[in-house]
Design a protein around this ligand. Structure first.
Ligand SMILES: Nc1nc2c(c(=O)[nH]1)N=C([C@H](O)[C@H](O)COP(=O)(O)OP(=O)(O)OP(=O)(O)O)CN2
Ligand SMILES: [Zn+2]
Length: 149
């Protein structure tokens, strides 16, 4: 049987700020992020299996990515907890805002590394994460490939 890559795409609206950055993205702002998740595996060849012919049911992949990423990041604001933005984040949290504190600068590169770990940990053993593409704007994106790491 052949190895096949399948991809599911997601959208979420998230705020962030790049503390210490020398441009406009040091300000709190948001993006309509687009995330493409590509996994690789062999289609199930057992015709008694309800998932016959599938690498993984798109619906099962959607559930994993929604639980790990989309439902958490959509309409949240991400701050680097190792910066003075921690104070701002705590104030927002106190006022019931949806804030995510991360241990890194929330660039698209660092977010895609974080997302890759989270998704890998949830995939069934017979399926590998092949790549992720995280698009911040129409013209800017970061990609993670298993083969590079
Ligand atoms: N290597 C990276 N550079 C920048 C990142 C990043 O995550 N990785 N992030 C930002 C800002 O958060 C924001 O995404 C601005 O990006 P940019 O492409 O510069 O946005 P513009 O609106 O100016 O894009 P145009 O399409 O060129 O108008 C900054 N840099
Ligand atoms: Zn940004």
């Amino acid at each position: 049987m052949s190895n096949i890559r399948i991809t599911k795409q997601f959208n979420f609206e998230t705020g962030h700020a790049l503390y210490g950055y020398d441009g406009k993205c040091k300000n709190v702002h948001g993006h309509s992020y687009k995330l493409s998740v590509t996994v690789i595996g062999e289609p199930i060849d057992d015709n008694q299996n309800v998932k016959f012919g599938m690498v993984i049911d798109f619906g099962d992949l959607k559930k994993i990515v929604k639980e790990e990423i989309v439902d958490k990041y959509d309409h949240a604001t991400v701050f680097n907890k190792n910066t003075p933005h921690l104070e701002l984040a705590n104030e927002l949290k106190k006022r019931d805002h949806n804030v995510i504190l991360v241990d890194y600068q929330p660039t698209s590169e660092m977010m895609v590394i974080d997302f890759a770990e989270k998704i890998k940990n949830r995939l069934p053993k017979n399926i590998q994460l092949f790549s992720l593409k995280l698009q911040e704007t129409e013209t800017s994106f970061a990609e993670w490939f298993a083969s590079d790491n």
